[in-house]
Design a protein around this ligand. Structure first.
Ligand code: CA
Length: 232
């Protein structure tokens, strides 16, 4: 299966050129033209790598980079104008894997994409699997198993559980969980997290019974620890 590249870039001409070269190089390409579309497209497409422009209508590239980093380890290459030295540095601080200054040759972009994928994919295979004892989650396949049994979770429930597993042993506040799930924190929506947690708990319970898998930390948030089943 070919690697999928998500391009987030508002200049249509650049998108067309990159898409052409990347597809010729054997990649599958999806493109969005505004910052606002970036995270939804990422969630839907689950790309192997994101080419991310810095200056975008809607949400800017730095915000998107920050949000993508919270959601996982997808390799990110920032596309920046030459004058944006400071932004470039900030981009790398935020966890971008590489940057390319505009104007660039599409061949160079393809070469960098290959290089970053080579560098990151060895470690990605294992990083895509999160494990908390009997609970296992595959970020790439978007699947969760408890005691080997597949759970049927909604996208939000999946992201919620993935976030708790990434921070196994640490208390996550509702605001942090909401941010991980939606990209932005709204205090009034924090209660929605309680409902999602409740749903995840109910679905876990259907398989393994009444075990305290997600603990409520009163007044703070939720914590997931190593999951040990009585019969395991
Ligand atoms: Ca731009």
């Amino acid at each position: 299966m070919s690697d999928k590249i998500l391009i987030v870039e508002d200049e249509v001409r650049i998108v067309r050129t990159l898409q052409l070269y990347l597809e010729q190089a054997g990649f599958a390409v999806t493109a969005v033209h505004t910052g606002t579309d970036a995270i939804p497209a990422f969630r839907q497409e689950r790309p192997s790598l994101v080419l991310l422009d810095l200056n975008l209508p809607g949400q800017d590239g730095l915000d998107i980079c920050r949000n993508l980093r919270r959601m996982g380890n997808v390799p990110i290459i920032m596309l920046t104008a030459r004058t944006e030295e400071m932004d470039r540095l900030i981009g790398l601080e935020l966890g971008a894997d590489d940057y390319i200054s505009k104007p660039f040759s599409p061949r160079e972009v393809v070469a960098r994409v290959r290089a970053v994928l080579r560098r990151t994919q060895g470690s990605l295979a294992s990083e895509n699997i999160l494990q908390a004892g009997a609970l296992q989650l595959d970020l790439a396949a978007y699947r969760v198993w408890i005691d080997g049994q597949l759970l049927d979770l909604t996208q939000t429930e999946f992201e919620l559980l993935a976030t708790l597993m990434r921070h196994k042993g640490h208390v996550m506040s509702r605001a942090q969980l909401l941010e991980a799930v939606q990209g932005v924190a709204f205090e009034e929506l924090e209660r929605a997290i309680d409902q999602h947690v409740k749903n995840v708990r109910r679905k876990l319970k259907e398989v393994v019974g009444d075990l305290p898998i997600i603990n409520t930390i009163y007044g703070v948030g939720y914590r997931l620890d190593e999951v040990e089943l009585p019969h395991a």
